[in-house]
Design a protein around this ligand. Structure first.
Ligand SMILES: [Zn+2]
Length: 267
């Protein structure tokens, strides 16, 4: 009998995410690049700094980031590791409230300002309703790690984005699950005059039918749903008690297990 494998949606085994910080005006151009290529992004905003300097204004958040993920980055961008617990709580919760007022949904994603984090801080953030928190440290590869409160991407876009894109596109190992995740700041493309980098990468990745483009919270919720999947010992019946559709591969065939459904995978 064949194996029953976990898959990304539509039976894919490659996923792609972009995670960009600070809500700078250059996000407009970056969102446009993503939209033109059918890709999703995650945007980490400081609720207390909207409209200041060259930042996106509060009135623009809902429209600009529609279809993408609005995520937190603290209210005013301090190094959280140097604040009291009370100050950390205020920075997280007030940021969430302001962003949620604009986005209209629970904001559960986060990236650490300056990448400053510690394990006790990560634990505190989890207790404030955050589902993941991104570091600036990177893995350099496409592993799917599940240490969500200390989540690391594949790398910053200046770290060989095109070479990594090429490597990711050529990956053929069907036995694995691969997640290419990129982080950065949109204003860096202005500063370094290298918009061509992200344009080229997105043009290559956007046209691929074997890649699942997802927000970061989309991945976190998907993994959570598949961890809660109930499989029979023989691997031929699956129950999905979650609100997210989960995909399995049985005998080489992709099968969708809809939210709340029980599905016979074989025969
Ligand atoms: Zn930042």
């Amino acid at each position: 009998m064949g194996h029953t494998y976990l898959c990304f949606p539509a039976g894919k085994n490659k996923a792609l995410s972009f995670s960009y910080d600070d809500g700078n005006a250059a996000d407009r151009k970056l969102v446009d690049v993503f939209n033109r290529n059918g890709l999703k992004g995650t945007f980490h905003l400081n609720g207390g700094l909207l409209g200041q300097g060259n930042n996106i204004g509060a009135d623009e958040v809902a429209g600009l980031y529609a279809g993408h993920e609005v995520a937190g980055h603290s209210l005013t961008h301090p190094a959280l590791t140097r604040l009291s617990g009370e100050a950390v709580a205020a920075e997280i919760l007030e940021d969430r409230k302001r962003l949620e007022d604009l986005a209209g949904y629970p904001v559960r994603g986060f990236s650490y300002p300056y990448g400053a984090w510690s394990r006790p801080l990560a634990d505190r953030l989890a207790s404030l309703g955050l589902a993941y928190a991104r570091l600036v440290d990177a893995t350099g590869d496409f592993r799917l790690e599940e240490d969500w409160m200390a989540w690391r991407t594949t790398g910053h876009h200046n770290r060989d984005l095109l070479a990594q894109t090429d490597k990711f596109c050529r990956l053929e190992a069907r036995h694995g699950l691969h997640w290419f995740s990129v982080w950065g700041h949109s204003y860096e493309f202005d500063r370094e005059d290298n918009w061509g980098l992200i344009e080229d990468a997105c043009a290559r990745l956007g046209g691929r039918t074997d890649v699942w483009s997802t927000t970061v919270i989309g991945m976190v919720d998907y993994v959570d749903a598949w961890r809660r999947l109930r499989l029979s010992a023989a691997g031929d019946v699956a129950e999905n008690p979650s609100a997210v559709a989960v995909w399995l591969e049985a005998d080489g065939k992709a099968v969708e297990v809809a939210p709340g459904a029980r599905v016979r995978l074989r025969g």
